[in-house]
Design a protein around this ligand. Structure first.
Ligand SMILES: NC(=O)c1ccc[n+]([C@@H]2O[C@H](COP(=O)([O-])OP(=O)(O)OC[C@H]3O[C@@H](n4cnc5c(N)ncnc54)[C@H](OP(=O)(O)O)[C@@H]3O)[C@@H](O)[C@H]2O)c1
Length: 241
């Protein structure tokens, strides 16, 4: 029988989750931990990461995904303890709303840095040892905004369309290597990402109660993580029924 995602039968598999301090990343870390994965919880807010690790076990590995040097240094420290992740979940991200004519280059950079350069930095840092081992799974959290246009999503959509392109290239490059890549594209999810926008007070945004829950997305990641190693599911789109 084919082994599930990690590829090291008999020992706990390691999942490195970015954006694990809140929202979808946190829900995913908690769900995977409950399923027996060793968690490496990543984010910038060390106090929150400590809380998450208190619940999931494993360890915190704080870094800013937009800082390529910081990502490399964090990867080096993890890999030096012989810990090559079996699963990367790339959930760190930001969401800014502004019409295109009011989108500053700083706002564009903020979205591109966290949502596109961030996954690029993390994949570049961790993929070589996964390729050398010949197994592993990279799950990127994209968005419906990486496929459809919504007013105000200029910077965010640019980052998520870019992420989809990056993912699709990765799928082609990984074919036959034993490492797989999946993109999860949720619609709106009720997480702290929306707090600053207060969507329930705005007619142009979905109410929180109409949104998906973080655990719905965590469930999709868990499904991907449990697939046999010789099965690839490159894309999952999630929306409220
Ligand atoms: N919520 C939605 O409606 C929705 C829908 C579709 C897709 N998504 C995508 O799902 C992912 C997670 O979103 P969420 O809703 O869970 O958001 P969230 O609750 O705001 O959490 C975002 C996470 O990303 C981390 N993060 C942000 N910038 C970072 C950086 N530069 N370096 C390292 N970590 C960083 C934050 O941690 P720290 O603050 O500790 O750094 C936090 O853990 C994002 O990629 C988002 O685009 C969300």
């Amino acid at each position: 029988m084919a082994r599930a995602a990690g590829g090291r039968s008999g020992s706990a598999r390691t999942a490195l989750v970015t954006g694990a301090s809140r929202g979808i990343g946190r829900a995913t870390a908690e769900r995977l931990a409950a399923e027996g994965w060793d968690i490496v919880a990543c984010g910038r807010d060390e106090a929150r990461l400590d809380l998450v690790v208190g619940a999931t076990g494993g360890r915190a590995l704080p870094f800013d995904v937009s800082d390529g040097g910081a990502v490399s240094a964090a990867a080096k420290s993890l890999l030096s303890s012989d810990m090559v992740p079996d699963l990367l979940v790339l959930s760190a991200g930001v969401f800014d709303l502004a019409p295109v004519h009011e989108t500053t280059s700083e706002l564009l950079d903020r979205n591109l840095d966290a949502n596109l350069r961030g996954p690029f930095h993390v994949v570049r840092a961790f993929l070589p040892p996964m390729l050398a081992r010949g197994s592993g799974l990279v799950v990127m959290i994209g968005s419906v905004s990486g496929r459809r246009a919504f007013p105000g999503n200029g910077a965010y959509s640019a980052s998520k369309f870019g992420l989809r392109g990056f993912h699709e290239v990765l799928v082609e490059e990984l074919r036959g290597t034993g490492v797989r890549a999946s993109l999860v594209e949720p619609g709106a999810v009720d997480t702290p990402l929306w707090d600053v926008l207060d969507p329930d007070t705005r007619a142009d945004l979905p109410d929180r109660k109409q949104m998906l829950r973080a655990d719905d997305v965590a469930g999709a990641v868990s499904y991907l993580a449990g697939l046999p190693e010789d099965v690839s599911v490159p894309l999952i789109q999630i929306q409220r029924a």
